[in-house]
Design a protein around this ligand. Structure first.
Ligand SMILES: Cc1ncc(COP(=O)(O)O)c(C=O)c1O
Length: 446
């Protein structure tokens, strides 16, 4: 596959052009990457009015992911999520549908801010047998029952899959339910760009989602900030037509060409032998899990490249294991009282996998800790979400916050799933939950 943006940049550098354009470093090395760091100059196209090398590059990405349109984001999935929610609202307005989304409750805080910014109403769907606030197990059948009983159908179902711990929703089943009901399936696939390249394609677009975001930077060899917004062939035309516009409403007018180059170059890699590499690597991760299970480790989640330890079953908190790994020179993605999460890709070497195995094996198993992660608690909405962005707030201790209305649009107990959402009354149980996740203070409406 061609990599037009990467080729443009290589040529631009070789020709040693004098740069009377942004950025200020003029391509001279300071941290070292400057020479590739250009802006939307002549020949380099315009990200959200693309008709040259960026359009070609995004078309290549669309071909790889089997989408009608794939757009790049240089501001992570966060930007793609804001654009997705805008598109859903636009679609709802055009179709005369109430702009309301039914969302699995473990949504990332960007979803909440996007709804606040666009005036999108949310209805939360709560899962069974929670494994902490990052998980939300809801089956397709349960969603169907909910939709069957709804007075008014939402414009879309919004699902976060995979979640931070590596649990995957039944996207295929959910897409069939959404199809039957005539609503959109939007997926936060920030953690799952690589799913498209597994022997069994598990990417949400392939499994039937209408629209999704992927943080390419989380699981592909793309630098931080690189992400996609994918539109499927079955999505309403307006998603494809207004996708660039939707992204441009929230995006910087100075997209990073370092990130764009990385996304472009990734197309070359992904279209070559990436799938074989990832298949082999996923097998190694499975083998590693099986061998560690012999030592007594328990894992949760079915995402092939995530290794999430149910740490308490091994006698430690998630954070204790993460700290133990850290002093052994291994850095995890995330940990809390319950879990230790590691994200692996085939950029990790065999030696690194072997080292991880040895270090975990050397940790003695202890009596299991019985405290289980708490349940996320439904709460009463008092003030519309959008109003909360504009209202004065004050920061108070969690103890004093019981009964007050949450004012923080961004409460992000680890990892960025709001325990309580702005405009909701904080209950005693929620205050306990905030404390469980280490919060001491919270913003409330003044
Ligand atoms: C589930 C989920 N969605 C969205 C995001 C936002 O992605 P990004 O950091 O690429 O903006 C994250 C970030 O961690 C995430 O975990």
């Amino acid at each position: 596959m061609k990599t037009p943006l990467n080729d443009f940049l290589e040529k631009y550098i070789k020709e040693e052009k004098i740069r009377f354009h942004m950025p200020g470093h003029k391509g001279r090395a300071f941290i070292g990457a400057e020479k590739y760091d250009i802006t939307e100059i002549e020949g380099a196209d315009v990200l959200y009015n693309a008709d040259g090398i960026l359009r070609d590059s995004m078309e290549n990405a669309a071909q790889l992911f089997g989408t009608r349109k794939t757009f790049y984001s240089t501001e992570g999935s966060s930007l793609s999520i804001r654009a997705m929610i805008y598109l859903l609202k636009l679609y709802a307005m055009n179709e005369g549908i109430k702009p309301k989304i039914a969302a699995f409750r473990n949504a990332h805080k960007t979803f909440v801010t996007a709804c606040a910014l666009t005036g999108m109403e949310t209805e939360w769907l709560y899962g069974r047998e929670p494994q902490g606030i990052t998980c939300c197990n809801i089956s397709a059948e349960e969603v169907k029952n909910y939709l069957d009983g709804a007075d008014e159908l939402p414009v879309a179902l919004y699902v976060t899959s995979p979640d931070y711990l590596g649990n995957m929703a039944d996207i295929k089943g959910l897409s069939e339910v959404c199809e039957e009901k005539g609503i959109i399936l939007a997926v936060d696939n920030a953690h799952g760009a690589y799913l498209n390249f597994l022997p069994e394609n598990l990417h949400p677009i392939y499994l039937g989602a209408h629209i999704c975001c992927d943080s390419a930077h989380k699981t592909l060899p793309v630098i931080t900030g690189g992400a996609y917004m994918h539109i499927s062939y079955k999505a309403p035309d307006i998603f494809a037509e207004k996708g660039e516009y939707a992204l441009s409403l929230f995006a910087s007018t100075s997209p990073s060409y370092l990130i764009l180059r990385s996304l472009d170059k990734a197309n070359g890699l992904l279209s070559a032998d990436y799938s074989e590499g990832i298949a082999g690597f996923a097998e190694k991760v499975q083998k590693l899990k099986k061998e560690l299970a012999l030592r007594g480790y328990c894992f949760i989640g079915d995402e092939p490249l995530k290794l999430t330890l149910d740490s308490k079953k091994y006698g430690y908190t998630g954070t204790e294991i993460s700290e133990y790994l850290y002093i052994n020179n291994i850095v995890c993605e995330f940990s809390d009282r319950d879990y230790t999460v590691m994200m692996l890709t085939d950029s990790n070497s065999d030696e690194e996998l072997c080292r991880l195995f040895k270090v975990l094996w050397a940790l003695p198993k202890k009596e299991k800790l019985t405290e289980r992660p708490p349940v996320i608690i439904p709460s009463e909405r008092v003030i519309p979400l959008t109003d909360c962005i504009y209202l004065p707030t004050e920061k108070i201790s969690i103890e004093k916050a019981v009964g007050r209305i949450c004012g923080s649009i961004n409460i992000s107990c680890p990892p960025a799933v709001p325990v309580v959402v702005a405009g909701e009354r904080i209950s005693e149980a929620q205050a306990e939950l905030l404390k469980y996740y280490g919060e001491k203070e919270v913003c409330v409406i003044a």
